[in-house]
Structure formats: C-alpha cells, structure tokens
Design a protein around this ligand. Structure first.
Ligand code: C2E
Ligand code: SIN
Ligand code: SIN
Ligand code: FE
Ligand code: FE
Length: 419
C-alpha cells in the first residue's frame, strides 16, 4: 500500500473555506466532496442524525443527505443528475454507518464482501445490485461536535490509486480524514446555529404577521438565488465566490421583510388599501430591518442589511427609503425637500436589485389582504413593463431566461390555501 504524504496545509485551507459556508445543506454537500477528494474515493454518502418521532418514543436515526459517485455520474447523459434514494437507518450495530454513529469510531473496511466473521455489522449487497455498482472498500467516519454529540457520518467508498484501480483505504487516509472530520463538524455546528437563529427570526415575523408565511419567504429566497447564479455565470464570477454569495443571498433574502415586526398592527394588518400616512409608516420596514444587521459582523450581516434596506428601491431612483443610514437613523443625502435622495441604478446593491424583482413577482402572484392574485400573463406583462424603470434591465432579462427554474420553485413551495 502506498503511503500518501498528508498535506495539512490543504486541510487548513479547507477549514477556512468550510467556515465561510453559511447554509447547512450546501456545507454537507461540500464536505462530502472534499472528504472524497482528500482520500481519492470514487463515491460516498453523508448522513445526518435526525430525531424521527416514533409511536411511543423519539428514535434517533441516520438520514442520508447526499450521495456522490463519479463512476455512475460519468455514465449519465449531459444535464442528467445522479438519482439516489433517500433513506434512514437506525443507529445500531447492524450496519457500518449505524455502528460508527453509535460508537463514535472510524470503521475501515478493505473488502465489503469479506467482512470479518465476528464483526457486529454486515453489508447488504442489495444496494450494489440496485445501483449496478460494486462497493469494495469503505471508510466511515463519525462527525462529532464540540459537545461530543453526533452530527452525522461520512462514508467514502472505493479508494482509487493513480492508475484508477480500487484498493483499500490506508492508515494515512484514516489520519487525514479524521482531522478533516473535526474541522467539518465545527463548520456544521456553526452553520446549524446560524440556521436555527434565522428560522427563529422568521418564525417571530410569522407570529407577528401570519400572512408573511414560510412559503413566501422560501420562494423569494430561491428565486433570488437562481437569479444571482445566472448573473454570476454571465459575469464570470469565480465558482467559489459564486457559490458563497448565492448561499448567503438565499438566507439574506429570507429576511428581507423582517423589519415588518416593528410596524404597528393597525398598519401591518389593515384589511385593505393603505392611505399615504399608513404607507409612509409601512415603508419604514426597510430601515427597521436593516438596523438589525447594523454592525456588519459578517458577509451574511452585510448582505442581509443591503437586502432589507434596498429591496424597495427602483432602478429609476423613485423607490424608498433612498440614501438613509439605518443605524444613525437619518438621511445621508437629501434633496431640496429635505427627504433622502433615491438610490438609482447600480447605486442600489446587486442583492437589493435581485430581491426587489423576486419579491414583486411573488407578491403579484399571491393573494394579499389588499389584492387578489394576478394571472400569469398579467404578472409577466407587468415585470416586462417595469424593465429599466422599477427593475434592473439586465436582471429582468435574466429572470425571463431562467423562467422555467422560477416556475419549478413556485411549484415546490405551494401555499396551503386556508379557506
Ligand atoms: P408585499 O405585499 O409583499 O408587496 C411587495 C411589493 O410588490 C410591493 O411593494 C409592490 O412593489 C409590489 N406589489 C404588490 N402588490 C401589488 C399590486 O397590486 N400592484 C402593483 N403594481 N405592485 C404590487 P410596496 O408597494 O412598497 O409595498 C410594501 C409592502 O407594504 C407590501 O408587501 C405590503 O405588506 C404592504 N402594502 C403595500 N400596499 C398595501 C395596501 O394597500 N394594503 C396593505 N394592507 N398593505 C400594503
Ligand atoms: C423612516 O421614516 O424612518 C424611514 C425612512 C425614510 O425617511 O425614508
Ligand atoms: C456587485 O454589486 O456585486 C456587482 C456590481 C453590480 O452592482 O453590478
Ligand atoms: Fe418589503
Ligand atoms: Fe415581501
């Protein structure tokens, strides 16, 4: 067995990369990819511990989140993605992943078809038959957080040498992947607390205003991420940055209207058209939201502030709140009437311009206390009409280019209609 030299500098670099990813799911997928790369595994899966609610007690299980397989992926036609089944396995000694999860121990199996007779776990070759792929070697590593709690399990499959031949994972593979798993667990723990805080904040808005539902927030977030992704591709933004911004923007977009929690009920819940005074009060939700992210601790805070503050700015400068400092609570630039000057064109941050489009599209398609949902042709016509007036013209074109993806997201997050 050849001994690879362990490149710890590479692991340190990876730690920095992982710690910048905010979204838990994106992080899981990336961790699996990097784990496979550092031990040159052809395939692999990542599992997360979940509490499934059983009949009498809550049962902990391992739920599969991502599977990757280079050999099977290479056989797919252009544009096709690998299909794998989502399943959960019990945390017990009968499976290798379950054993790893239960004991918090790494398991290195050189040949799955010749597991030691006295091993507590066994291998079910049915998965190989279904997927038409032969599993030979596996290395299964627990992801343990700083409180010694299990987060999940990484399983890498089929170690490849330079000639592309499959062999067992080495002891140096064990060392390097253990080190990597510690860094991965730390990043996951952080992403998980970010997610919990964001969901809690959104839940708070929902309690305040039950119309501001999770589905609306999820749609606006996903539309925004897709629009950004296309924009970044067209602008040749490097892949790493593109993924990072897309990830952060998705969370920031979920929080675009969080400032509405500070709007009085009489305005927030008015069952009809707002008058000028009420609308002026309502407009403050941008500034209130932005002030929550005032001190810019992280890129997530920064983009969340941009989005909350500028998602009602218009490309032609007629939107609100304009040049207004949410922390100081006063205008930055004022016009002749003493009101803040409007932001226009690229003075409006890209993230704000994207969410503006996603938010209005979703508002027009949806029922509100003050309006019925519009038909699709009317909505698209309105968006087209507002190209270069309310909306960034380039982003409007992108929106129409990726419209099939927009429709897919819309179908994914459907309103539960309450009659
Ligand atoms: P929202 O309902 O999520 O709407 C977001 C944006 O979508 C609106 O920003 C507006 O640009 C666009 N939009 C929504 N409905 C229509 C429509 O029927 N026609 C057109 N042309 N555009 C529409 P806007 O106007 O700055 O409003 C911000 C938020 O203020 C709204 O968020 C909503 O929560 C509240 N709001 C606005 N107008 C009224 C109203 O007349 N009554 C009530 N109760 N709330 C209102
Ligand atoms: C406010 O009234 O607090 C908000 C912003 C503005 O003056 O446009
Ligand atoms: C950016 O804001 O990241 C890019 C420049 C732009 O606003 O077009
Ligand atoms: Fe808003
Ligand atoms: Fe909204």
């Amino acid at each position: 067995m050849e001994a690879h030299t362990i490149n710890y500098e590479h692991i340190f670099q990876l730690e920095r990369v992982l710690n910048k990813i905010q979204d838990f799911d994106i992080l899981l997928e990336r961790i699996l990819l990097e784990a496979r790369k550092i031990v040159r595994a052809d395939a692999g899966s990542i599992y997360v511990r979940e509490i499934g609610v059983g009949k009498e007690e809550s049962i902990e299980k391992l739920a599969i989140k991502y599977s990757q397989n280079d050999t099977l992926s290479a056989k797919l036609a252009e544009g096709e993605t690998l299909i794998y089944s989502f399943f959960s396995i019990p945390i017990d000694k009968k499976t290798i992943s379950g054993y790893c999860a239960l004991t918090h121990r790494l398991v290195n199996i050189p040949d799955m078809y010749n597991i030691e007779k006295d091993a507590p776990y066994s291998f079910n070759p049915e998965y190989d038959i279904i997927s038409n792929y032969k599993t030979i070697s596996t290395l299964t590593i627990p992801l343990i957080d700083s409180d010694d709690q299990l987060i999940g399990v990484i399983q890498v499959i089929n170690s490849r040498n330079d000639a592309g031949e499959t062999g067992p994972f080495s002891t140096s593979d064990e060392a390097v992947i253990s080190h990597f798993a510690t860094a991965a667990a730390t990043a996951l723990q952080r992403a998980h607390s970010t997610r919990i805080m964001v969901l809690r904040t959104i839940k708070m808005s929902e309690l305040r205003d039950p119309k501001e539902t999770g589905v609306h927030v999820n749609r606006v977030a996903s539309y925004s991420a897709e629009i950004y992704d296309r924009w970044a591709y067209l602008h040749k933004i490097p892949a790493v940055q593109r993924e990072k911004v897309k990830d952060i923007l998705k969370i920031a977009a979920m929080l675009h209207d969080v400032g509405k929690v500070a709007i009085p009920d009489a305005v927030l819940k008015k069952p009809g058209r707002l008058n000028d005074e009420e609308f002026r009060i309502m407009q403050r939700h941008t500034v209130y939201g932005a002030s929550l992210f005032g001190n810019l601790h992280s890129p997530l805070d920064e983009i969340s502030r941009d989005v909350a503050l500028t998602h009602h700015e218009n490309w032609d400068g007629t939107g609100y709140p304009g040049w207004f400092d949410p922390v100081a609570g006063k205008p930055i630039k004022t016009g002749e009437n003493g009101n803040p000057l409007g932001k226009k064109g690229e003075e409006i941050p890209l993230a704000g311009r994207i969410v503006a489009l996603a938010d209005v599209f979703d508002a027009l398609c949806s029922r509100r206390v003050y309006k019925e949902p519009w038909g699709e042709p009317e909505v698209l016509n309105e968006i087209k009409k507002m190209r270069g007036i309310k909306f960034d013209p380039e982003l409007t074109d992108i929106f129409f280019d990726i419209y099939p993806s927009i429709k897919r997201i819309q179908a994914l997050y459907q309103e539960e209609e309450t009659a």
